[in-house]
Design a protein around this ligand. Structure first.
Ligand code: ARG
Length: 471
């Protein structure tokens, strides 16, 4: 970013001295808001089109503005555009260049508009596109989850509570839990998009404008569903950005839990999965190490997104209506949230297909954990024993199995019958891991057939989001 010898602020008319270099740097946002240049130009063109149609500027002015903006677009794309800190932000930088290129028409562009409604419009356009990109990535992540879940629809693994082996589940079923979490994340982003997709332009600085503008035309040109209904609200609130960071925080929280599980599962003490080497790194000192850096970073990066949510809430809470310069601080947290979500999802889209399972280790953990104890209690209950008594009987059986160092299924039938005469030789089937899985035969249950049915339903909900190319 350059600083020209004398700042030439558009608003400098009533000032007797230029701002100091420190203040110029402190108040400037161009270093980060220049990423909204496409949105800024697009919104300006829609505004100019409306001004011309309403007879507020001439058709010649509009033609000049369009020509100038086309030139600026080329310059920015080619990396030739000179961004200046003295011109504060993306809006002034582009407007100044436009005026240099096309003269008075450039100066007429800002008729009936303020940077306050301009910036609010740019952010909404930017965020709308970012949400669409994130939704598309989320769908690809979910498709990868479903792919792996299908492969592992019948792979028995321990389900945990308190990180202690609880009951058998299938790995596919476990993965589908993340499909459901991220399905709600998608819903949240879609709802946030709907509230973001409203047009602030026309609010001008805060009170609206005395020109005969047509806000609905601008909304239509920019693809907004409706206009912001109140001019003060239009320029003052950034709740859509906060909402996005809240939805983003929930998504990161979900991805962080998955990341944590991947770290545990690939630890040799679990040994449930392997992650492709390209997602791991070694240690500079310990030659044997293979570290799960990628999931660890995903877990760690959730923290910065939660932080951005809190930053934006705090930014907003003390501001009197309408626009205050505080709002300029909305962009870095928002942009970093977009970047972090995008990168994290991209990484997961590639990482999920790189996961392979170790079914034998999962089964061994199930046996050691007496994961079918509840099945035995249910068996006794079906035979008339009150569940609480059944619970106590099975507790004693587990203690005995532990003494003998065997699994419940390995206790001799006679030994089991010593705990309850209700136990007969059909109990075997139940104490087997696959019998336990197959018994959970209802929607939302872990029986392999139910998992396959759930994958089928999930694929159908996903079909629209993926589009023909990825489908
Ligand atoms: N750079 C400013 C922002 O990001 C643009 C709006 C400034 N408006 C003003 N009156 N200072 O919010």
């Amino acid at each position: 970013m350059s600083r020209s010898d004398l700042p030439q602020y558009t608003w400098a008319g009533r000032f007797s001295e230029p701002t100091s270099e420190l203040v110029a740097r402190y108040t400037a946002s161009v270093a980060f808001d220049c990423r909204m240049w496409r949105q800024d130009i697009r919104a300006s063109l829609a505004h100019a089109t409306m001004l011309a149609r309403q007879g507020i500027i001439s058709q010649d002015d509009l033609a000049d503005i369009e020509r100038g903006m086309a030139q600026i677009t080329r310059e920015i794309e080619a990396g030739e555009f000179v961004w200046s800190v003295d011109l504060e932000d993306v809006h002034f930088n582009i407007e100044k260049r436009l005026t240099a290129l096309v003269g008075d028409a450039g100066k007429r562009l800002h008729t009936g508009r303020s940077r306050n409604d301009q910036v609010a419009t740019d952010i909404r356009l930017y965020l709308r596109e970012a949400i669409d990109a994130i939704l598309a990535l989320l769908a690809r992540f979910q498709a990868a989850l479903l792919e792996l879940a299908e492969q592992e629809a019948a792979t028995a693994m321990p389900g945990f509570t308190h990180l202690q082996v609880a009951q058998p589940v299938t790995f596919g079923h476990h993965l589908l839990a993340y499909f459901e979490m991220t399905r709600r994340d998608s819903e949240r982003f879609a709802e946030c998009r709907a509230r973001t997709n409203r047009l602030p332009l026309g609010a001008a600085a805060l009170a609206g404008t005395s020109y005969p503008i047509d806000r609905h035309l601008v909304a239509e040109l920019l693809g907004f569903d409706e206009i912001c209904a109140n001019s003060l609200d239009a320029v003052a609130d950034r709740d859509f950005a906060i909402e996005f960071c809240a939805a983003g925080s929930l998504l990161m929280m979900h991805l962080s839990r998955l990341a944590e599980e991947l770290v545990l599962w690939m630890n040799p003490r679990f040994g449930f999965i392997r992650i492709a080497d390209r997602f791991c790194t070694g240690s500079s000192i310990m030659p044997q190490k293979k570290n799960p850096d990628v999931p660890e970073l995903a877990r760690g990066k959730s923290g910065r997104v939660f932080g951005h949510l809190l930053a934006l809430l705090t930014l907003m809470k003390g501001q009197p209506l309408a626009y205050n310069k505080d709002n300029q601080e909305d962009k870095e947290p928002l942009f970093d949230t977009v970047d972090t979500l995008t990168d994290t999802l991209r990484v997961f889209v590639e990482l999920i297909p790189g996961i392979t399972t170790e079914p034998a280790n999962m089964r061994a953990a199930l046996r050691q954990g007496y994961a079918t104890a509840t099945d035995l209690a249910d068996y006794l209950t079906r035979r008339g024993l009150p569940f609480r008594d059944a619970h106590a009987v099975v507790g004693r059986a587990v203690r005995r199995a532990e003494e003998l160092g065997v699994d419940l299924a390995q206790l001799p039938l006679a030994e089991l019958q010593g705990f309850s005469p209700l136990i007969e030789d059909d109990v075997d089937r139940l104490l087997s891991i696959d019998g336990s899985l197959a018994a959970r035969q209802h929607p939302g249950g872990t029986a392999p057939t139910q998992v396959l049915a759930a994958i089928d339903r999930a694929r159908r909900t996903l079909a629209g989001a993926l589009g023909p190319a990825d489908g």
